[in-house]
Write a protein that binds this ligand. Sequence first.
Ligand code: C2E
Ligand code: MG
Ligand code: MG
Length: 327
Amino acid sequence: DEHEIITTGSIGISFYPEDADNAVDLIKYADTAMFQAKQAGRNGYQFYTKKFNQQALTKIRLESALRRALKKNDFEIYLQGQQELDSHLLIGAEALLRVRRGELSSISPAEYIPIAEESGLIVDIGDWVFSEVCRLLRHWYDNNLLPLGFKRIAINISPVQFERHDFIKKIQQCIQETCVPVQHLEIELTESSLQESTHSVIEKLVSIKAIGINIAIDDFGTGYSSLSRLKQFPIDLLKIDRSFVADICGNESDMAIIKAIISMASALDIGTLAEGIETQEQADILETLQCSQGQGFLFSKPVNTENFEAILASVKKSSKSILESVA
Ligand code: C2E
Ligand code: MG
Ligand code: MG
């Protein structure tokens, strides 16, 4: 039809007899190598190495472990507290996915979430996390377990979930079903969720805000958000990525980046929370730079819901005794 079509080729190569001694395996390995050539940007070639095969096998194993965990209801929520840096008040928690048993129980979600995203499993997993957090929050609210000043539980949302056309509908449905106090919910999006066509992103963010949910940007500073884009989005909180916090004491450029993020956020009336605070020195520097909130092993590691309820109870008890001593 007179259209000019440009095609390129991706080539995978395996050798007889180094890689395999039969045609079936040779073709399988060449196919694995071709897949890598495509991942490396297409229009190129790649030789098969054993490493590719191991990577592919690990991926298949983890994906089926994820399917099993979903089916057997083996997921659970861990919570990590978030503090106000000057008052040390517990102001929130982040919900983090964990698996109760098997291989996935000893692996960080950072390793298997990408596999869940690639396979589409993240949609069901994300739905489970969202409804479980709503259920928890409702329970704490009903039983008066939330201490004074406790603002929110934050839920990580994958770009794959966020981009789906029914994302808003699903969260509305879950909120209705659980009657959760929405003012205590926050969602964490990554910068990559905001890269898509700006119009539909803004529409979704506005709907989320209209429901009453807070919006945070996770791992901020590692993506490519521009100032002008940020200004258009109704964002409540920037979570400064822990890679900057890790070197804040010794690395001048990390310190400069953190300073810039804080002053930019404050000009746009957005809060800042530093992730991955491990030492008192880091916390002190961040406080001096007027970062108002923090999260990290210095304050507490992620714990299961039972242990987090114990933390809530002890915070409640100590604030009550402070109030009593003031009275
Ligand atoms: P994230 O959302 O940035 O979560 C913070 C991660 O940093 C958690 O790792 C937490 O355990 C870890 N962390 C907190 N404080 C410190 C610290 O002081 N030092 C160090 N070294 N690490 C600290 P985790 O639980 O392994 O989760 C890793 C990532 O997996 C999360 O990063 C998030 O991107 C993803 N993830 C976790 N749960 C979910 C979920 O329910 N849904 C989605 N879509 N992603 C999730
Ligand atoms: Mg997060
Ligand atoms: Mg983060």
